[in-house]
Design a protein. Structure first.
Length: 217
């Protein structure tokens, strides 16, 4: 029919090929987004309300779409992550990571240890009142523990927004070291050790933690 209309076939086929290639390359990202999004949904990697690290972005999952997964970040911002860029997913079942802060205490009399523990409790509570956006619930302070190396420590447990651990490593750790100088003038920040862990999900004990005010819906 095109030949009867005197339309040059080689020009038509060439144009059609170029357009077809352009469309196929342009839609490649869309296809990858759709496939990746379906994979996330069918394998139950994420659910709305989860705290997760998706494609290097940490936040609460707001929606899982065909092309984008939307997170609400720490500052309340909405982050749109293209599904095709999701190389790995880190899910925090309890909505936080736990920070263990161990303040070293040299063996002294029981009265001094009790006073030091009380000072650490006040410091931890003051940090919680100041940084509630990062510290999701009130910290807990455990009693004095003696080690086989001849010294002891008091452990403080914080529940921290993932990705905001620099607060623990910085002002909170320095505040604890400063509080301990009242009992030991030579107390140094290296005597306060910090480590973290993400607790596994437990359907019997897992509870949803309160969200920072900026993220309440």
């Amino acid at each position: 029919m095109l030949d009867e209309l005197r339309v040059p076939l080689h020009t038509y086929l060439a144009d059609a090929s170029v357009i077809g290639l352009a469309v196929s390359f342009g839609s490649q990202g869309v296809v990858q987004d759709v496939i990746s999004g379906l994979t996330v949904v069918f394998y139950d990697l994420l659910d709305v309300g989860d705290m997760a690290n998706v494609g290097g972005k940490v936040g609460i999952v707001d929606s899982i779409g065909i092309r984008f997964t939307t997170l609400v970040g720490f500052s309340g911002e909405r982050v749109f992550v293209p599904n095709r860029t999701i190389a790995n997913v880190i899910n925090y079942p309890h909505g936080y990571i736990r920070a263990y802060v161990d303040a070293r205490i040299s063996p002294t009399d029981e009265t001094t240890r009790a006073r030091a523990t009380e000072a650490l409790s006040k410091t931890a509570q003051a940090a919680y009142e100041q940084y509630r956006g990062v510290l999701l619930v009130a910290p807990t302070v455990e009693g004095f523990r003696k080690t086989g190396a001849g010294y002891g420590y008091v452990r403080i447990k914080f529940r921290v927004w993932p990705g905001q651990t620099q607060l623990i490593e910085g002002p909170i750790k320095e505040g604890i070291a400063s509080a301990m100088k009242e009992f030991d003038p030579n107390y140094a920040s290296w005597m306060v050790s910090v480590y973290y862990r993400a607790e596994p999900a437990d359907s019997e004990t897992s509870k949803r933690l309160p969200r920072p005010a900026a993220l309440r819906k």
